[in-house]
Structure formats: C-alpha cells, structure tokens
Design a binder for this molecule. Structure first.
Ligand SMILES: Cc1ncc(COP(=O)(O)O)c(C=O)c1O
Length: 364
C-alpha cells in the first residue's frame, strides 16, 4: 500500500471533483443530514456508506467564552470544544476516517505511533471495525492513554523515547508485518477527518469564518486539515478568499514550528530534548512541517510558544471561569491568545476561536 510520495517522501493528499461535489453539497444540505463527520461525504474519501464507521464523532460545540475574553480585553472569543468526541479528543475524527478507508481498501491490521490520544482513538475505531490495532507510545505518556488502549483490546508497546522513536519502531514493524501505518501524515486519510473541523467552523459562523484560529500544533493535522477545508470551500463557491489568521501554538519546551517561523525557514529543525506536560505537543520533528508553515504564512498568521506555567494557569482559568476542563494542549491556545491580545496582535473586535483539542480528564 503506497502511503507517501515515492519520489519526494512527502505526504499524499486526497483530491476531489469539487465542481461535482458542489452540486449536491452545501452547508444547508449538510445541516439536513444526520449529525457527525460523515455529513460531508462528497468531500471525504470513503465511498461505500457501509464502511463509514461511527462512534458519534464531530459536531462538537462552539462554546462562547465571554469571561476569558474579558480577561484578555477581547469581545468575541469561543472555544471549539473537541473534548466530547469519542475517546475524549479530536483524534477521533482522523482515526475514524483512516480506519474506515483502510477497511474499504481491504486492510485489517493497523499500527500507530502516538503521544497518547491518537492511540486511544485508533484502538477504539479498530475495535469498532473488528480490526487489529498496534499502538507505540512513549513510556511516560499519560496513564489514562495507556489504559484506554488496552481496554479497547489493542496491543500497547511502550517505547523509551519520544514519538519520533515510537514512529521508527512502528514503521519497522509495519514494513515487516505488512500492517497499515497510520502515523501522522504518512497516509492521507486522517487529514480528511480533521478537515471536518474547518467545515464545522463555517457552519458555526453561518457561512463565514472567524478572523483568528488558535490551534495547538504537534504533527499539525488539524491546522493543515482546516486550511485544506477552507481551500475546498472556496473552490466550491461557499466562501471568498478571506481566511482566518492561523495561529500555531506550541510549548516552549518543544517549539520547532515557532523557531522555523521566526527564522523564516520553510522546514523545521528537529528540536533537541523536547519536554512538555502537553504530551500531544512533544513532536520534535513534524513530518508535514512545510505544509504547517505554508498554512501559517498564507493565512497571515504566526506561531507562538507558551511556557508550562502559562499552560497550567490557562487550564485553571478555562475550568474555573468557563466550566471547560481543557487538555494542556488546548489550554496552551488560551495562554497564547492572552499574549497576542496583550501585544495587540489580536484586536478586541476580532472573532477568535481557540481549539480545546481534548479532555483534561485524561491528564489528572
Ligand atoms: C489533545 C491534543 N491536542 C493537540 C495535539 C496535536 O495535534 P496535531 O498532531 O494534529 O498537531 C495532540 C496530539 O497528540 C493532542 O493529543
């Protein structure tokens, strides 16, 4: 199974006949269909409806955050709260898609290297599909992520090292045993699942898009996926060329995208000795670095690194002021927004969406 470009070892991308898609798909048409990610079927890769696995992913709420907004002097702040997805994170969207397409392609055995949440999501959707999952996770990943993988009946392999080491081991086993490797961007389908977050944003804003989107970036699928969704929406004639400024948020202890952004580079340098409690942000060398940096630049956005102390404070504020218990990765976006508001890089009139990508419960 080909999974990346054989010439340049870059990610593959799913393409659609968007003119044809636009004949039957619109925001109105999607709103009339059963809830979830499969409403956008014309721009998704799974062709046979019987293969569309679901555990109720997608259609997450856009929660107004007026008290957080007030703290930062901003009038329009929302939290796109992904914590209600099956297995408690936005990873459900991408893995539902990748496993469903894998099943459609006749695959039965999947492998993933993961910081934590993606492993749980793969394990759940593999169980749902009656397929087999192997999960390679750093030994110091949150305990809840480890237990969840085992609970779904997947094989859990604990790795000494970070996600890049887990990735190496997973790829070696995948090649040896002919498992399908669903590492971030090493196959094209997880991106298509994450893309649905961008489609939902257009729906929340009545066919428009917010001015600013803050997204916690590890491997970057959500950010690149939303950017792809905006592109496709424009080609289908739903929106004009006005796009949100995409803000990539990383932890100061692992900020390869931020560094490349500051240095004006097209590619990241591997981050040495990566450290942060926000496990999903401990990605020292994102495979799709060029795509992440391109989306940030084309959107007129930026990349921001926040400290561990800022993440902890942000998590407390979101929980106590808005009732949303964010994953540290999600809290990082609120910490970054405060900084940008203070610097005048986000203005009071801007309509801002911060992504809480997962539930804080898994980190307790
Ligand atoms: C809760 C959470 N947020 C953000 C991320 C980073 O996501 P991405 O790899 O799509 O940038 C992860 C990845 O593990 C995660 O678990």
């Amino acid at each position: 199974m080909q999974t990346v470009c054989r010439d340049c070892n870059s990610p593959l991308e799913a393409k659609y006949d968007l003119e044809k898609a636009a004949k039957t798909l619109s925001l109105e048409a999607a709103a009339a269909r059963p809830r979830g990610i499969w409403r956008w079927t014309e721009v998704l890769p799974v062709l046979n409806a019987d293969h569309r696995l679901t555990l109720g992913e997608g259609n997450t709420p856009l929660v107004p955050a007026p008290r957080l907004g007030e703290l930062a002097g901003l009038s329009h702040v929302w939290i796109k709260d992904e914590s209600g997805n099956p297995t408690g994170s936005f990873k459900a969207r991408g893995l539902a898609m990748a496993v469903a397409k894998g099943i459609e392609l006749g695959l039965k055995e999947f492998v993933i290297p993961t910081a934590g949440n993606a492993g749980g999501a793969l394990a759940a959707y593999a169980a749902r599909a009656g397929a087999v999952a192997h999960v390679y996770m750093p030994r110091d990943a949150p305990a809840a992520n480890q237990e969840e993988v085992k609970a779904f009946g997947a094989e859990l392999v604990l790795v000494d090292g970070l996600i890049n080491e887990a990735g190496k081991q997973a790829a070696a086993e995948a090649a040896r045993r002919r498992w399908f490797d669903v590492s971030t961007f090493k196959e094209p389908y997880r991106l298509e699942g994450k893309k649905t977050m961008g489609l939902e944003l257009a729906e929340h804003f009545g066919g428009e898009l917010p001015d600013v989107v803050l997204y916690p970036t590890g491997g970057g699928t959500g950010l690149v996926g939303m950017w792809k969704a905006f592109d496709e929406m424009q080609q289908m004639g739903w929106i004009d060329s006005k796009r949100p400024r995409m803000i990539s948020v990383q932890a100061a202890g692992c900020a390869p995208v931020v560094r490349a952004g500051i240095e004006g580079k097209e590619r990241t340098e591997p981050w040495p000795n990566a450290q942060t409690e926000a496990a999903g942000l401990r990605v020292p060398a994102p495979f799709a670095d060029r795509m992440i940096l391109r989306a940030i630049r084309e959107s007129g956005g930026t990349a921001v690194a926040v400290t561990e102390a800022e993440i902890v404070e942000a998590q407390q504020e979101a929980a106590t002021k808005e009732g949303v218990l964010m994953a540290p990765e999600g809290a990082a976006t609120w910490a970054a927004l405060k900084r940008l508001a203070q610097d005048g890089r986000v203005m009071p009139s801007d309509r801002v969406v911060i992504f809480n990508t997962g539930s804080g419960l898994k980190y307790i």
